[in-house]
Design a protein around this ligand. Structure first.
Ligand code: UFG
Length: 349
């Protein structure tokens, strides 16, 4: 019988891709997702894609009693924890919402998991834990000094997980994955990024411009200290990211780590500017995209770039897909999503 792995946030953008890769690797994912930022139809599409019936619990991670019931019914040695709020700007405006869901919710979840027998926890973290650093690329030994409540909530949970794993008699071990900028979609076009609210990120915004839901893209700043003046990021294909979770989990369950807690960057190590991303889309679409230069967006940094070599050494993972793959798959997914009426002009204006 295949091993059950709990996946919180398993119907979300990254979580849904993790579920697919878990199935492909022979695990049995058990999805916990309260649908706060995902559509119920993701489950049907996942079932089509994986050709199997999947288990989903509509449970909030702050609900200990419900989590206990899930773990009694679905005992497993692995937990991949992705359920979280993730909008940086909103986290500045409503910090307690972020600390309540991301921190208090994760503490409840980890506590219930440890009490149920523990095992390996793979935690969804972010490059935001490094804060506004000026040295690149970023490696895991650099100080954790987040500069917004979202990043702080991720940094706090890394600490909580490290402390739990190091506690005497703890049955849980932890691995934190610090994502850089996830982009793209599954090449089946059955799942992809599907923000319920107005998107803030570059890829979904470019897609909206390309399909005419927005008049133009505003490039936030052209006076950064980068080769072309626009912001530089380390975009990583969501399928590469999902595969890293499965490799990380396997290594954790196999006892491959000497330390009870490890943090790893997940990026490609290849920098791309906003302009380069726009050009890659224009090439894919065969048309120019309406764009305007704007002011810098508050809270943005010039460059975010990973040193991904520790992940390669620790779990044998490195990204296999490049920017044109991300652009192609994001575009293909956008076409499918619109065909199914997932994105109508009313709710995505
Ligand atoms: N950008 C624009 N115009 C837009 C949107 C974005 O020029 O309309 C630029 C940004 O200024 C930045 C780049 O595109 O230079 C990427 O911006 P995103 O909003 O796509 O991504 P961020 O780097 O700001 O943040 C993302 C996620 C966070 C995550 C972080 C980790 O939103 O949740 O990456 O690296 F924590």
């Amino acid at each position: 019988m295949s091993e059950k792995i709990l996946v919180t946030g398993g119907l979300g953008y990254i979580g849904s891709h993790v579920v697919v890769e878990l199935c492909a690797a022979g695990y049995e994912p058990v999805i916990v997702d309260n649908l706060s930022n995902a559509r119920a139809s993701v489950l049907e599409r996942l079932e089509r894609l994986t050709q199997r019936a999947l288990t989903h619990y509509d449970v909030d991670i702050r609900n200990r009693a419900a989590l206990e019931t899930v773990l009694e019914r679905e005992p497993g040695a692995g937990l991949i924890h992705l359920a979280a709020f993730k909008a940086v700007g909103e986290s500045v405006e409503e910090p307690l919402k972020y600390y309540d869901n991301n921190v208090a919710g994760s503490v409840a979840l980890f506590d219930v998991f440890e009490r149920a027998g523990g095992g390996g926890i793979v935690f969804s973290s972010s490059a935001m834990v490094y804060g506004d650093v000026k040295v690149f690329p970023l490696h895991e030994g650099m100080p954790v000094q987040p500069n917004n409540p979202y990043g702080a909530s991720k940094a706090m949970m890394e600490q909580v997980l490290a402390d739990l794993a190091q506690a005497p008699g703890a049955k849980t071990r932890g691995l934190s994955l610090r994502y850089f900028n996830p982009a793209g979609a599954h090449d089946s076009a059955l799942i992809g990024e599907d923000p319920k609210d107005r998107p803030n990120n570059l890829f979904p915004i470019i897609v909206q411009v390309a399909v005419g839901q927005r008049d133009h893209l505003t490039i936030f700043g052209e006076d950064y200290d980068t080769p072309d003046g626009t912001g530089v990021r380390d975009y990583i294909h969501v399928v590469d990211l999902a595969q890293a979770h499965v490799m990380a989990l396997r290594a954790l369950l196999d006892g491959a780590f000497e330390q009870p807690f490890t943090a790893l960057n997940l990026g490609t190590g290849t920098p791309y500017s906003v302009r380069e991303v726009v050009t890659a889309f224009e090439r894919e679409l065969g048309q120019t995209l309406p764009q305007k230069m704007g002011e810098r967006r508050s809270g943005d940094v010039a460059t975010l770039l990973a040193d991904p070599s520790a992940a390669e050494r620790a779990i044998g993972w490195s990204a296999q897909r490049d920017l044109p793959d991300m652009v192609r798959d994001a575009w293909r997914w956008a076409g499918a999503a619109r065909q199914w009426g997932l994105w109508n002009d009313d709710d995505q204006s």
